[in-house]
Design a protein around this ligand. Structure first.
Ligand SMILES: Nc1ncnc2c1ncn2[C@@H]1O[C@H](COP(=O)(O)OP(=O)(O)OP(=O)(O)O)[C@@H](O)[C@H]1O
Ligand SMILES: [Mg+2]
Length: 812
C-alpha cells in the first residue's frame, strides 16, 4: 500500500473526523445532506480508475466535491458507500448513464487528508450490488440497490477451477520481484472459491474494463473461468518478458565486456606498434596458399578461411585459431614428389654399413625396395620389425630412409589410447591440433618419407575415446590412405606415397586387422659373437665419439668387451651393452682430462672398479646343486631367458602347491607333470605310499613376474623326478618342451630366443623337443657350434640326459 498514505493516515475517531452537523443550522445544504436514506439506498461513490471487489482493501483518491461530500457523509453516518466505476473517466459530473450499474459496497476504514490537501479513503470491499434506481435530493449520488448474496456453492467443477486459479496466481507472484512469501502463503490459506476469485481479481493487473467484466460475472464457475484465462495469458506474458530481460541483460553484458577488452587490446597493440601489419600478413598467407600446390578442394577451403580471417576484427578470439589452421594447411607438404630413384646396390651398401649381420632381414628389405623401384605406385605391404628391445628395429628403419634417400620420421604409438592422438581434434576445441600422423608429415616436409610407427604392439585398446587401432588401420590401408581424414584439417590428405615401417616387441598384442596388413620380420636377438662384432664395429666408435675420445687414446680388448657382454649385461639386444661401454669410456675420458694419463688400455680386471661387481654370475650351478631344481627356458617379450623350477616335499596329504604367479596353463602343466611322475613311480624307484603322505610345493622364481605357457612341462617333470628320486639335475643343462600325460614331449615356440638365452647363461647342453628340429636352422651358427643339443621324443629321454646318477641327501 502507498506509504505516504499510510504515514499521513490518522485514526478516523481523532481530529480528522469531519465535524458533526451543527444542530439548528438553517443551511439548505446541510438539510439536503441530512435527509435520511431509504433502507435499500446507498451513497454512491463514483470512481474513475478502480474496481473494488468484496474483501479487498484499496485506497481511493477523491478529488471531486460531490464525492467528498458522499464519503464524508458516509463516514458521519457510519454507512457504507457503493463504489461504482465510471464508464468514461474523463466525465467530471457523471450521471446515471456514465456509470456501470454493478459495483461493490465498501466500508471506509480511514479518511485521510494529505499534506497537499488531497483527500483519500481507505475502503474495504464488502458486497456486490446492482443499481435499481438513482435517486435525487442529496448533495451526492444516491441509488436504490439490490445487494447480491454470494452463493457458497461448491463442487468438483468449482474446486478444480479454484485450484488452477490459485496455482496460476502463485506462479505469477513468484515471478514478481520482492513479493513477500507471506503473501503467497496467504493466498494458499483462502478456502472459499468466491473469496479467492474476488481477492485475485482485485489484486491482479488488468484494465478496469476487464476487472469490471469479472465483477459483473455473477456465476462463480464462469467467473473462475474468465479469471483463469486472464491469469494464464498474464503468466505467459510475464514469462516471456522475463526471458527477454535475461537475454538482453546477458548479451549486453557479453558484448560490453568484449568491446571493452577489444578496446584495451587495440590500445596495447598500438603501444607496441603492432596491428598494422595484419594486411601484410594476409597478403603473405595468400601468397603461401598460392604456392603450396594444394589440391583444389584444400585450396578452396584455405581461401575460404583466409577470407574469414581478413574480415575478423583484430584480436578476436577466433583470429589466432584460423591463423594457425592456415599455417598448418600452408606448411603441410602437398606437392606430388618425384619418385626417388632407388639404387639397390647403394641401398645394400648403406644397410651393411649401418648394421652388422641380420643377413636375412637385409635381404628381405632389399627385395621390398626392389619391388618398389619397379612399381613405385604399387601397393606394397607394410614392413613390421618384431623383436626384443635394442636389436636395431628403429635403426633399421632409419637405414631404409637413408638407403632410399627419404626423410625419416618416427611416430611413437606406445600408450596411445585416444583416437584423437592419431586423427587429431576437431577445430572447435581451443588449442586443438592435428593428430600425430599429420604432425609428422609436416615435420617430414615431403609426402615421400619413411614413417616409422614405433611400438604398434603398445597401442591402447579402443575405449571411450574411439579406437586408435581403427584409425591406424585407415592410415596403413593402401585402399584408404590416399584420402586420410584428420579431424583438425577437415580435408583429405594423401598418405599413399609414405613408406610405413612398424616396430613391435611382441606379435600377440598387435591388433589382428593391423597385423594382417603387415609383413612381419622377426629379429630374434644376437649371440655373444655377434654382439662382440657389433660392439667392435659400431658401438665402440660411437661411444668414443660421444665421449670426445680419439681411437688412439683408448684401447679395449676383445676379452674386455666379452666380459662386459657376459658379466654386465644379459639382453637380446645391444642397448645395455652400449651403455656400459659408454660408462667405461667416460671413466677413461676423466682420466685423460685430468691429465693422469694420455693413453688408456682397458683390461678385464679394470672393469669391476668402473662398472661395479659382476651383475650376472652364473647362478645355474649354484641353484641346481640340490635335487628338485631344474633349469627351464622361457620366451619373453624381451628375448629368451632361463628360469628355475623348484620343487620341494613336506609331509601332508598328497596336495600340490603352486606359487610364483603361474598362469592357468602353467599350473595345469605342473599338475600333468606330477601325475606323470606318479604314474611312473615304480619305474623311477619312488615309494608311492610315501608320496601319498606328502605335499609337493612347486615354485618358480622370480615370484613377482607373471609366467604362463605349457613349455615348462619337461622342466617341471624333471624337477619333480629329481626331488622324488633325490638325484640332482646337471647344472649345465637347460630344457624346454610341453608334455603329454602319456609322456610324449610336444613342440614349443621361440626356439631361437631360448637357445640364445641358454648360451648367454653359460649352459652347455640344451634339451629341445624332437619335433622342433625343423626350427634348428634358425638358430645362429655360433650357438649351434657352442652348444650340445639333446632332442627329446619322450620324457624318459630328458631324465636320462639330465639327472645325475648319484643321489644326494635331501638335507644337503
Ligand atoms: N645389427 C646391428 N648393427 C649395428 N648396430 C646395431 C645393430 N642392432 C642394433 N644396433 C644398435 O643398437 C642400438 C639400439 O637399437 P634400436 O634403437 O634400433 O633398437 P630397437 O630394436 O628399436 O629397440 P626398442 O624395441 O627398444 O625400440 C642402436 O644404436 C642401433 O644402432
Ligand atoms: Mg625402437
Amino acid at each position: 500500500m502507498d506509504n505516504e498514505l499510510e504515514n499521513n493516515a490518522v485514526r478516523m475517531d481523532e481530529a480528522q473526523r469531519p465535524a458533526p452537523p451543527q444542530p439548528g443550522a438553517e443551511n439548505v445544504q446541510e438539510a439536503r445532506k441530512l435527509r435520511p436514506l431509504p433502507d435499500d439506498a446507498v451513497i454512491i461513490l463514483p470512481v474513475r480508475n478502480v474496481v473494488l471487489f468484496p474483501g479487498v482493501v484499496v485506497p481511493i483518491t477523491i478529488g471531486r466535491q460531490r464525492s467528498r461530500a458522499a464519503a464524508q457523509h458516509a463516514v458521519r453516518m457510519q454507512k457504507p458507500v457503493g463504489v461504482l466505476l465510471q464508464r468514461n473517466k474523463d466525465v467530471e459530473e457523471p450521471g446515471p448513464d456514465d456509470l456501470y450499474w454493478v459495483g461493490t459496497t465498501a466500508n471506509i476504514l480511514r479518511y485521510v487528508t494529505g499534506p497537499d490537501g488531497s483527500h483519500h479513503v481507505v475502503s474495504q470491499g464488502e458486497q456486490r450490488f446492482r443499481v435499481l434506481q438513482f435517486m435525487e435530493g442529496w448533495d451526492f449520488p444516491v441509488a436504490r440497490v439490490q445487494r447480491l448474496e454470494e452463493h457458497s456453492e461448491t463442487g468438483p467443477d468449482i474446486e478444480a477451477r479454484a485450484l488452477s486459479v490459485k496455482q496460476r496466481a502463485v506462479e505469477i507472484l513468484r515471478m514478481l520481484p520482492q513479493v513477500p512469501e507471506e503473501m503467497v502463503a496467504g493466498l494458499d490459506n483462502i478456502e472459499s472459491p468466491a473469496r479467492l476469485a474476488d481477492l485475485i481479481a482485485g489484486l491482479m493487473e488488468a484494465s478496469v474494463e476487464e476487472k469490471q467484466a469479472i465483477l459483473e460475472t455473477f456465476d462463480l464457475k464462469t467467473r473462475l473461468d474468465k479469471l483463469l484465462e486472464h491469469l494464464s495469458r498474464r503468466a505467459e506474458v510475464m514469462r516471456l518478458s522475463h526471458e527477454i530481460n535475461e537475454r538482453t541483460k546477458e548479451s549486453i553484458d557479453a558484448k560490453g565486456r568484449e568491446h571493452l577488452l577489444r578496446e584495451q587490446l587495440r590500445t596495447i597493440q598500438k603501444e607496441l606498434g603492432e596491428g598494422e601489419d595484419t594486411t601484410a600478413e594476409i597478403a603473405e598467407l595468400e601468397k603461401a596458399i598460392a604456392e603450396a600446390n594444394m589440391p583444389e578442394e584444400v585450396e578452396k577451403q584455405a581461401r575460404k578461411e583466409l577470407k574469414r580471417l581478413a574480415r575478423m576484427p583484430e584480436g578476436a578470439g577466433e583470429n589466432s585459431m584460423v591463423r594457425s589452421y592456415l599455417d598448418w594447411l600452408v606448411e603441410l607438404p602437398w606437392q606430388n614428389p618425384e619418385p626417388a630413384a632407388i639404387d639397390i646396390v647403394e641401398a645394400r651398401r648403406i644397410l651393411d654399413a649401418d648394421h652388422y649381420g641380420l643377413e636375412k632381414i637385409k635381404k628381405r628389405i632389399l627385395e621390398y625396395l626392389a619391388v618398389r623401384k619397379l612399381n613405385p605406385s604399387g601397393k606394397s605391404p607394410i614392413l613390421c620389425f618384431v623383436g626384443p628391445p635394442g636389436v636395431g628395429k628403429t635403426s633399421l628403419g632409419q637405414s631404409i630412409a637413408k638407403a632410399t634417400g627419404r626423410e625419416f620420421v618416427r611416430v611413437s604409438l606406445g600408450g596411445v589410447h585416444d583416437e584423437a592422438e592419431i586423427r587429431g581434434h576437431r577445430r572447435t576445441y581451443i588449442g586443438s591440433l592435428p593428430g600425430n600422423i599429420i604432425q609428422n608429415m609436416r615435420k617430414a616436409g615431403t609426402r615421400n618419407c619413411v614413417m616409422m610407427l614405433d611400438e604398434v604392439d603398445k597401442l591402447g585398446a579402443g575405449g571411450f575415446h574411439g579406437d586408435p587401432g581403427s584409425a591406424l588401420l585407415e592410415v596403413l590401408d593402401p585402399e584408404q590412405n590416399a584420402t586420410f581424414r584428420d579431424n583438425y584439417l577437415g580435408v583429405p590428405y594423401d598418405l599413399s606415397r609414405v613408406m610405413f615401417v612398424c616396430t613391435a616387441n611382441v606379435l600377440d598384442t598387435i591388433p589382428g586387422p593391423l597385423r594382417d596388413r603387415m609383413e612381419i620380420i622377426q629379429i630374434p636377438g644376437y649371440t655373444e659373437h655377434e654382439k662382440l662384432q657389433i660392439a667392435r664395429r659400431y658401438l665402440v666408435a660411437r661411444q668414443l665419439d660421444a665421449n670426445g675420445l680419439k681411437a688412439e687414446q683408448c684401447e679395449i680388448s676383445d676379452e674386455t668387451l666379452l666380459s662386459v657382454i657376459h658379466d654386465y649385461t644379459r639382453e637380446a639386444g645391444v642397448r645395455n651393452l652400449e651403455r656400459e661401454i659408454g660408462t667405461v669410456f667416460r671413466h677413461v675420458a676423466m682420466q685423460i682430462a685430468e691429465g693422469v694419463k694420455t693413453r688408456v688400455r682397458i683390461e678385464v680386471e679394470d672393469l669391476p672398479p668402473i662398472l661395479g661387481p659382476l651383475k650376472f654370475e652364473s647362478e645355474v650351478a649354484m641353484r641346481t646343486a640340490v635335487p628338485g631344481v631344474a633349469t627351464g627356458l622361457a620366451w619373453t617379450p624381451v628375448g629368451g631367458d632361463i628360469l628355475f623350477i623348484e620343487a620341494s616335499r613336506m609331509s601332508g596329504s598328497g596336495k600340490l602347491i603352486l606359487t610364483g604367479q603361474l598362469g592357468d596353463v602353467m599350473k595345469e602343466s605342473a599338475q600333468a607333470a606330477l601325475s606323470l611322475v606318479k604314474s611312473r613311480a615304480q619305474e623311477l624307484g619312488i615309494d608311492a605310499a610315501q608320496l601319498e603322505k606328502s605335499d609337493i610345493h612347486v615354485h618358480v622364481p622370480a615370484g613377482a613376474t607373471p609366467k604362463d605357457g605349457p613349455s615348462a612341462g619337461v622342466a617341471m617333470f624333471v624337477a619333480l623326478s629329481s626331488l622324488l628320486t633325490q638325484r640332482p639335475v646337471r647344472s649345465d643343462i637347460a630344457m624346454t618342451g610341453e608334455i603329454s600325460l602319456r609322456g610324449l614331449v610336444l613342440p614349443i615356440g621361440g626356439v631361437k630366443e631360448k637357445v640364445l638365452a641358454a648360451l648367454r647363461a653359460g649352459i652347455t647342453t640344451v634339451m629341445l623337443p624332437a619335433r622342433n628340429r625343423r626350427d634348428f636352422e634358425d638358430v645362429p651358427a655360433e650357438a649351434r657350434e657352442k652348444l650340445k643339443f639333446v632332442w627329446l621324443e619322450r620324457v624318459n629321454d630328458a631324465l636320462a640326459a639330465a639327472l645325475s646318477s648319484e643321489t644326494v641327501d635331501s638335507a644337503a
